[in-house]
Design a protein around this ligand. Structure first.
Ligand code: CP
Ligand code: NVA
Length: 331
């Protein structure tokens, strides 16, 4: 399987076999990390990490993964480059490709990361756009497979804003891996029709069922994974908080929802999460709208059924896999 020189822009760009292979390689890297086996395969390589939005997990995962692989890094923060302000994406891409062996980008439009990939002749890795979050979906599926032992006959249910970046990648990954997917949320926040159709076409090949519904009862004794994400994503207008709360409060993940899904259902979330008042945004929303927990209750978040921290760890192992496979052969 050859990934050398390829970009990692969205899940739909990869075949089920390629995604299967990435999960298997991630398990090898996880084992190397746990057993202290050095894997500095790229001592002469450098990568640039561009973040036009903030990050904890993705940035740290890229930095640790690069360090473990022997790759040097430059971090560009939201105010740290000329890209898009004083210099076009095309010019920036060509400059960076002269200096670096790989480019990570987190930002707004998917077109920006697609254009970086078009103009840079080194691999470009998508660290989240408004449209998708493909490295998150890889980590999610590694976590699910580790927990259940296999992906066979599983159903993943995403509750809330079913058209956001995380949901889009989770739906695409489910379709590719033959895992049933339920997107459960209000009618007004349904997935993009074109993406849904693409995922349904993939699902028809892999045997997955994709269901988009507003009815929570669809989860009853069916969902193995209950997944949610923030109600307002980075870059969205904060004036929308009241509207989103009204739309999404019925889809808050409570212990009742977990029990509806079944006794063995697990809880997942990409993080960061608003499940208590320990964040300034959480307190702000509480002061304005009176809610002390948003997309998930503190009880579920901190329960034994919650795999959120294992999921966060797996970001690093899967991101390392993407970097390794796309640079392999260029050591
Ligand atoms: N899940 C995730 O992408 O987290 P960060 O925003 O902290 O990178
Ligand atoms: N949907 C969230 C995911 C953060 C990891 C956002 O874009 O803010």
């Amino acid at each position: 399987m050859d990934f050398t020189g390829r970009d990692f822009l969205q899940i739909l760009d990869f075949s089920p076999d390629e995604l299967r292979y990435m999960l298997d390689v991630a398990k090898v890297f996880k084992n190397y990390k746990k057993t202290g086996q050095s894997h500095k395969y790229f001592p002469d390589k450098n990568a640039v990490l561009i973040f036009e939005k903030t990050s904890t997990r993705t940035r740290c995962s890229f930095e640790v993964a690069c360090h473990d692989l022997g790759i040097g890094t430059t971090y560009l923060d939201p105010s740290g480059s000329q890209m898009g302000h004083k210099e076009s994406i095309a010019d920036t891409a060509q400059v960076l490709a002269k200096l670096y062996d790989g480019i990570e980008y987190r930002g707004f439009a998917q077109k920006t990361v697609d254009d970086l990939a078009k103009y840079a002749d080194v691999p470009v890795w998508n660290g989240l756009t408004d449209y998708c979050h493909p490295t998150q979906a890889l980590a999610d599926f590694l976590t699910i497979e580790e927990h259940f032992g296999s992906l066979d006959e599983l159903t993943v249910a995403y509750l809330g804003d079913t058209r956001n970046n995380v949901a889009n990648s989770l739906m695409a990954m489910s379709a590719k891996m033959g895992v049933n997917y339920i997107g459960c949320g209000p009618e007004v926040l349904k997935p993009d029709t074109k993406l849904l159709k693409q995922c349904q076409e993939v699902a028809a090949q892999t045997g997955a069922q994709i269901t988009i519904t507003s009815d929570l009862q669809t989860l009853a004794n069916t969902a193995d994974v209950i997944y949610t994400d923030v109600w307002l994503s980075m870059g969205e207008d904060k004036a929308k908080w009241q509207e989103r709360i009204d739309q999404l409060k019925p889809y808050q993940v409570t212990m009742d929802v977990m029990n509806l899904a079944g006794p063995d259902a697990i809880f997942m979330h990409p993080l960061p999460s608003f499940h208590d008042l320990e964040t300034s945004v959480g307190r702000d929303v509480h002061d304005k709208f009176g809610l002390s927990e948003l997309e998930v209750t503190n009880e579920v978040f901190n329960s034994k059924r919650s795999l959120v921290f294992e999921e966060a760890e797996n970001r690093m192992h899967t991101i390392k896999t993407v970097i390794y496979l796309t640079l392999k052969g260029r050591e």
